[in-house]
Design a protein around this ligand. Sequence first.
Ligand SMILES: [Zn+2]
Length: 144
Amino acid sequence: MDFLNKLKNAANKTYQSASQKTGELAKEAKLKMKMNDNKGKIKDLYEEIGKIIYQKHIHEEEVKIKEDLDSYCSQIDEISKEQEKLQEELLSLKNKRICENCYTEIELNVKYCPHCGFEQAEEKVEDINEDKEEDTEKEKNEDD
Ligand SMILES: [Zn+2]
């Protein structure tokens, strides 16, 4: 019954990869939704900042960025950071990366960007595991 077993295995594999694909699509949709959400939030914050500056203009006051706008700006900073993370997650989900030079979306495993020819850093290619849950976190904290 070797043949039947093989058939069964093949069917299982197909099913597995299909449902994995579905899971990925759902995850992708979720990430995109979250990113859209964040975009809206950033837009609102920009609007708030604009209002504040205009109010200052009306009252002929000076805008002090640290005092008047700091909380808004740091909120935008936070959301932008999250956006970057989401973007990276989204890309690794699709096995893609962004060319550091021309910012085109390219395949994760290419050495040179097909658009501009820029050589890509090799660091990310190593973990092509099925489980990318935990090992995607990369500490890149830059204090400025
Ligand atoms: Zn490029």
